[in-house]
Write a protein that binds this ligand. Structure first.
Ligand code: VGL
Ligand code: ZN
Length: 209
């Protein structure tokens, strides 16, 4: 695939807490790092995202006495899955995995830092309205074709790709450079959404060719 100045690789949440040994470990989460490095070598532009929660964030199970991790609650903006505390600002778990080596990345987008709103997407928080600023950044820099990789396929990667389509951008997801949480069929559900929204799922070998 021919890549150019309008293409950007968006590397989602490759942080310790989403990798083995982390608080919300995605199975084989660290396996995304190698394919991401291979992809990154081909891209002129790379953006990283970083899940970045205050210590008692509303998406944490501990903020809801009597609830368990992965239960669902109603917050002001609608249904919210509860997670074990993860990616707390300044903690080890919030740091990028030590093996992730992308010093050339041009931007780090932090999300989920508002106490009362979770954020899966790199574009909008879970109220679907509060922007992170990424759309403005990409627009000003004329970055219009977005390639996604990272964690988790069925949450932050998936919601980011869907929002990219909502914003009229081209969105491709490098499947083998992602890993899923797969909570209650969430990976298959996300793929159905991808098909509806026109998100292209692709193997990184096809991008590298
Ligand atoms: C994520 C659940 C909670 C993700 C972040 O990066 O996919 N999932 N926070
Ligand atoms: Zn989170």
């Amino acid at each position: 695939m021919k890549l150019g100045a309008e293409d950007v690789l968006i590397v989602v949440d490759v942080q310790n807490d989403f990798c083995p040994g982390g608080a919300l470990a995605v199975p084989e989460g660290d396996a995304v790092i190698e394919p991401i490095h291979r992809l990154a070598a081909k891209f002129e532009h790379i953006v990283l995202t970083q899940d970045w929660h205050p210590a008692h964030h509303a998406s944490f199970e501990a903020a809801h006495p009597g609830k368990e991790p992965f239960d669902t609650v109603e917050l002001a903006y609608g249904a919210q899955t509860l997670w074990p505390a993860h990616c707390v600002q300044g903690s080890w778990g919030a740091e990028f995995h030590a093996a992730l080596d992308l010093p050339q990345a041009e931007l780090i987008v932090r999300k989920g830092f508002r106490q009362e709103i979770d954020s899966y997407s790199a574009f909008f928080e879970n109220d679907r309205r509060t922007p992170t600023g990424l759309a403005g950044y990409l627009g000003e820099r004329r970055l219009t074709r977005l390639f996604f990789a990272g964690l988790a396929y069925d949450y932050c990667v998936g919601y980011s790709a869907l929002d990219a389509r909502r914003l009229g951008l081209t969105a491709l997801v490098a499947r083998d450079a992602c890993r899923a949480i797969d909570l209650r069929g969430s990976a298959a559900a996300m793929e159905a959404e991808f098909a509806r929204a026109g998100v292209v799922v692709i193997e990184s070998a096809e991008i590298l060719q």
